[in-house]
Design a binder for this molecule. Sequence first.
Ligand SMILES: [Fe+2]
Length: 321
Amino acid sequence: MDNFFGVPVFKENSEGSQQFLEVFHSNELDTQKIASAIEENKLVLIRSMSFDKASKLFSTLVDRYELRMSYDIQMQFVAHMMEGREAIDDVAVTVNKREPFEIIQPHAEGDSTSPLDLFGLYCTQNSNTGGENILSLINQSADHSALRAKEKVVVGDNLSEDTINKLKMGHLDANTFSTNSQDGDVVLKEYLNGKVVVRANSIEPAKSPITGENLYTHWDNVTVHDDAFHRYQFELLRHLKILNEEKGLNYKDYIHMEPDSDWGPVDTDSGDLQQTANLYSAHVLYKMNANDILIFNNRVWTHSVNNWPRNDKRELSAMYA
Ligand SMILES: [Fe+2]
């Protein structure tokens, strides 16, 4: 078994991988066993499953964890508002488009002000070269004090309800209020005596409805602006000798940022490779095959992906709630 800065890197058949990854075949589907594995904070991999069957299973799990409202809103409404995604039959979404050779840093789907709990990734076709996913289990006893969540905050004193409503138009995820501006606030919108800003806050653990545990989660608004996670992903892929190196050896050339993201630019840095490694208990490297679905608790596992060569085709879809 490989390791990177002390974090074990499991492959599907590595000794001990069963502790983190449970594999099922769609012929022997047992929803209870699948749910138990998810609740034990394992990754669930199911092979040879049609998209239709996979989305029905995901839907059953959504109801089990009482996430129906979140699932339907995400798949049927939010997906239509996102630049990089398209809805698929109101049960899944396309994964974000990216430029050739971009890699995706570890992140949990969603952000700290709109948290998501259950995540599924379905593979229709993987690239011939590259396209490996790395799933990373967050070390809950690690020191998370260097991490920051960029969040939208409504700033102002004695704001009228009308002013708040006007400010929140287009910024419904601005859920917290503050009377004063702070150093580092980035103003997104101003109206009368108020504004909406992006502020980098420290991160707090929050309760997972799947396990009831209080968990630290590396949301996209925690990692996408943080050099440490891009650097770490790049060096881990190089260490594993799977990175497609067309753009040279500067990790900054491989960064993907959604054009409509409020969390850019990459302007924070939470630590060196060892400090980032300390945030993880294990990595699982897996290259998905057609008709595979991976399902897991989004609050405790991050997902990330390797790049692939130009002209190679990779088609995945995501389900989340
Ligand atoms: Fe993602």
